[in-house]
Write a protein that binds this ligand. Structure first.
Ligand code: ZN
Length: 305
């Protein structure tokens, strides 16, 4: 199987909370563990400005491409602009789209990046520049690749950008389980509502988390009837995460990932796994969790051939 990844995802952000070294380490761990061969890694290339207009404002795209973002715009996305930052995020959007094409043809698509769920039409926030999830779904739907699709966002933070970009688009639904008191609900993020939102308190245990997931996700999938599901599999739900507040351990996250893969494949839908957030003490610890997500998803997803 192949997975979309680019060395360009690693951008020097200095001592930023978001260590992009985790992307390279995740790819390396999957190769070390035998899930992927080096030749399975495919660079998705970079999206062009006009392609991003499917979901983003032309002015925002131009400012990111040309490096003319104001200090205020950069502060809002909590990232300092550089040519390499712009390239990384253009490739990130291309990677989720390419993985979604794999999922539509073969059942499962893997992107060792992606999940920029806080990017809005005309601005970025929360470390997100372009919304790869919304972009992939809107672009593919315009092509007629499917009629109905969904985003299942289990990152610790609510996917406010995805929710806003996909709202009022027929056939596209969003599901999110997230921390009730985290960004964007802490007053610093732009509010928006997913088709289905579940806000859980700080300290939520694996058992409590699984109860909600098992009660709500199957019903959501039955209602939305997606042919394609983009999974934002953020691992900042881990108890050791510096930005999350939940108390899930690695096995709780593995159970979560297996459940999503099984529920989606049981309904005959394609599945794309994107990494999403993860801010453990070291990039190595974060990469171990992301790699485990990919391994669990690949193992649990039943291909439709
Ligand atoms: Zn997050």
């Amino acid at each position: 199987m192949r997975a979309f990844y680019s060395p360009d995802y690693v951008v020097d952000l200095r001592s930023h909370a978001f260590p992009t070294a985790k992307f390279a380490r995740t790819a390396e761990r999957l190769i070390e563990g035998g899930t992927l061969r080096p030749s399975d890694l495919v660079d998705p290339g970079a999206v062009q400005a006009r392609e991003l207009e499917a979901v983003h404002d032309a002015a925002w795209i131009a400012a990111v491409f040309d490096g003319t973002l104001s200090l205020e715009q950069q502060a809002r996305m909590e990232l300092r602009w550089s040519p390499s930052l712009a390239l990384a995020h253009r490739k990130c959007a291309a990677g989720t789209l390419a993985a979604a094409r794999d999922a539509l043809s073969g059942g499962l698509g893997v992107h060792l990046g992606g999940g920029s769920h806080h990017a809005f039409a005309g601005h970025g926030e929360g470390f997100c520049v372009f919304n790869d999830l919304a972009y992939a779904l809107v672009a593919l739907r315009e092509e007629g690749a499917f009629t109905r699709a969904a985003v299942v966002d289990l990152d610790a933070h609510q996917g406010n950008g995805t929710a806003a970009l996909l709202a009022r688009r027929p056939g596209l639904a969003t599901f999110s389980i997230h921390g009730a008191e985290l960004y964007p609900f802490d007053g610093s993020g732009t509010p928006s509502r997913s088709t289905e939102d579940h806000a859980l308190p700080a300290g939520t245990s694996g058992a409590q988390y699984h109860k909600i997931l098992r009660e709500r996700l199957p019903a959501f999938l039955d209602e939305a009837k997606p042919e394609l599901v983009l999974y934002q599999a953020g691992v900042d739900v881990h108890s050791g995460d510096r930005l999350g507040r939940f108390s899930l351990d690695a096995e709780d996250i593995a159970r979560r990932d297996r459940f999503v893969a099984e529920e989606v494949s049981a309904r005959g839908a394609g599945l794309v796994v994107t990494l999403g957030g993860g801010y453990a003490e070291t990039p190595e610890e974060t990469a171990a969790l992301h790699a485990a997500t990919v391994e669990e998803t690949v193992r649990a997803y039943k291909r439709k051939d």
